[in-house]
Write a protein that binds this ligand. Sequence first.
Ligand SMILES: Nc1ccc(F)c(C(=O)c2c[nH]c3ncc(Cl)cc23)c1F
Ligand SMILES: [Fe+3]
Length: 291
Amino acid sequence: SGAFEEPRMVVRKFLARPQLEGVGAVVRRSIGRFELRYFDPFLVLDEFSVTAPAGFPDHPHRGFETVTYMLQGAVTHEDFEGHKGTIGPGDLQWMTAGRGILHSEMPAAQGTQKGLQLWINLSSKQKMIEPRYQEISSKDIAEATEDGIKVRVIAGEALGTKSPVYTRTPTMYLDFTLKPGAHLRQPIPMSWNAFVYVLEGEGVFGSSKSSPVTAHNLLLLGSGDGLEAWNKSSKLLRFILVGGQPLGEPLVQFGPFVMNTQEEIDQTIDDFENFTNGFEKARHWRSEAAI
Ligand SMILES: Nc1ccc(F)c(C(=O)c2c[nH]c3ncc(Cl)cc23)c1F
Ligand SMILES: [Fe+3]
């Protein structure tokens, strides 16, 4: 197929550096750090690394979705509704917190567990919906290969392959591995915000003349109808391409509470402290994994 009408170029690049999060866990936060507070509709992208006894003990969420994708090892999650499970290597958990979740996310095995957690904002109309989970095991994740390119379709569509994940905020989330010499052309809806996060190797993005980008770098893409990428190195290149339809709504965030007005945040804090409006079961619940 021909090149794009308007190929998206890299407009900003951030190297995500390790910082502490949870209890003793380390995350490389790219979106959500001071210099890149919100990239509508995305609130946080954490590349996390956690070794027991560290972890993410009991904490709440309201008003958005968390997408946990394991790269190595496994994490056990359990919430105040009694929903419990283990997300293993390559598995996906798409959690719609909606009106409220209280849960823990702890290492499920010895050694270092690594993965990505993306926070996607919900529209004002959807912020107080019932919590929902979409969980897909690694073997069931839609995958396609073509011309030295392998894609695992977490959300959206690529190389003619679609993910079953329902995205309340329209989102694409693609995990690409390019062999040396491979060249990718991936369409992206014109109106969506999109970024690349490099996981492994080094890649050339946007223009074939731009300089190679290495792991742990987040690339904000400018406007356009698609992304071109090249692997001009001798090693494998692995990166995620994520795009989403901007919500264009006011944002007021207080840690893991993300609403549209200060009043809604005050109400949320009140709900969490008084166990109301979706936090009822937070009154007596503690995770078994509590340290
Ligand atoms: N303090 C605090 C406050 C709010 C949180 F949501 C969290 C938290 O749970 C995480 C933040 N990044 C993450 N990456 C991966 C995983 Cl599995 C969990 C998290 C946390 F730790
Ligand atoms: Fe969480």
